[in-house]
Design a protein around this ligand. Structure first.
Ligand code: SF4
Length: 413
């Protein structure tokens, strides 16, 4: 591994570059955390002990750079508890990457942050609705007030920060208080991220994932709050009317020869597992573990065995399924003119694209006979050869059309 400080820096994306327009490496270096939130999809907590070594992640980052990744999103566990954080962020910056850090904010202090601040472009601080809703989800009375008190550390350092809020089926009514708080505290944006059902969330909040109606309500509310408070409120969701124009970007062309083309969001878990797109992707589509091989080797083997093409198949099916469902939903809305006007005017009904792809990947994996190899079309899906040329991936698709505080797929830290 070359010394990051001696590596000639590439051109860094401008700070205003929307998240998702460059491939993102999302790193969860540890599962230890000072909280044990009900919605935690990484199963983090004070007793959790999974952690990656700084050396292994430094090698991963270098490989990811060679594979075309240009943004580092560090989450956790609580990343401020990981001893290698400063070194990893500095390495990313030396390579010219954009850097974000997701934190619950409770461990921010001036002395530590003065060292880290120059290495971080944007801090995503977790705020989940009203103080009462936040404390309930976080499992600690006073957690909301304690986090808000620590925001002054970021302001004193001149660090840009936004709020990231987990959207459940039950907490949309508290999001206005989050946006009000953002205005009061100087946060640059609010990102609403639909609850994912992994880890503790799958056990404790299995009925709290927002359904289609709740996502639609959130979509409308995000537009309203953006206009009312003049603060970008981003919902991690895809509008049905974005399916056609973004098709070439949502469904990359096969055969896949470049990892970042089909996995513009690459996740590294604290156990070393590397996953494309989302924590909920079907296990057969995981690249493997950094404990077994470096990222470069995992990526090469994955592409050779057809992992990229398999993932595109899941994207293709998700895209066709959504288009068909979208037509049906719009027809149904014709009977409700007011609601239809909202949906049309606000970009169509939203869906969680990553959840849709994950769901279809799991169905395909369940259908795949054990003896079937990883060759193209091994899952029996007829490829669509009419796909247009590949382009950049629109991870940053947004109800407000603005950059989110951190990439979709991150849980609040
Ligand atoms: S959601 Fe974030 S703050 Fe809560 S336990 Fe998980 S990593 Fe820690």
């Amino acid at each position: 591994m070359a010394d990051a400080a001696s590596t000639a820096p590439a051109a860094r994306p401008a700070p205003a570059t929307p998240t998702g327009l460059v491939p993102v490496l999302q790193v969860h270096p540890l599962t230890r955390c000072n909280l044990a939130c009900a919605h935690c999809y990484t199963d983090s907590g004070p007793q959790a002990s999974l952690a990656l070594s700084p050396r292994r992640l430094a090698g991963c980052l270098e490989d990811a750079h060679a594979l075309g990744y240009r943004q580092l999103a560090v989450s956790g566990g609580e990343p401020l508890l990981w001893p290698g954080l400063g070194g990893l962020l500095a390495q990313a910056r030396a390579l010219g990457w954009h850097t974000t850090l997701t934190t619950n904010g409770l461990l921010l202090d001036d002395r530590r942050w003065q060292v880290l601040a120059p290495q971080v472009d944007l801090v995503a601080v977790s705020i989940d609705g009203s103080p009462e809703a936040h404390d309930a989800l976080r499992g600690r009375a006073g957690a909301h007030a304690a986090t808000v008190a620590r925001l002054s550390v970021l302001r004193r350092a001149g660090s840009a920060f936004g709020f990231i809020s987990t959207l459940t089926q039950h907490n949309l009514d508290g999001m206005e208080s989050v946006v009000q708080l953002a205005v009061e505290q100087g946060a640059v944006s609010v990102q609403l991220h639909p609850l994912g059902l992994q880890g503790r969330a799958a056990r404790d909040l299995c009925d709290a994932r927002p359904d289609g109606h709740e996502l639609m309500a959130a979509w409308v509310e995000a537009r309203r709050l953006t206009a009312l408070y003049r603060t970008p409120v981003h919902l991690d969701a895809l509008g049905f009317d974005q399916l056609e124009p973004w098709r070439d970007r949502l469904v990359p062309r096969r055969p896949v020869r470049l990892l970042s083309a089909v996995a513009p969001l690459l996740i590294v878990q604290a156990d070393g597992q590397v996953l494309p797109l989302t924590h909920e992707i079907a296990p057969p589509l995981a690249l493997g573990s950094l404990h077994d091989a470096p990222l470069a080797a995992l990526a090469s083997t994955w592409l050779d065995r057809g992992g990229g093409d398999q993932l595109v198949q899941a994207c293709e099916i998700a895209w066709h399924d959504l288009r068909a469902r979208g037509a049906g939903r719009h027809a149904a809305l014709d009977a409700t003119p007011g609601l239809h006007a909202h949906a049309e005017g606000d970009g169509g009904l939203p869906v969680d694209w990553f959840e849709e792809v994950a769901r279809h990947s799991q169905r395909l994996a369940a259908r795949r006979p054990p003896s079937t190899g990883w060759g193209a079309d091994a899952w029996g899906w007829a490829p669509d050869r009419r796909l247009p040329a590949r382009g950049a991936w629109p991870i940053g698709l947004s109800s407000a059309g603005r950059a989110p505080a951190c990439p979709p797929g991150l849980s609040p830290g």
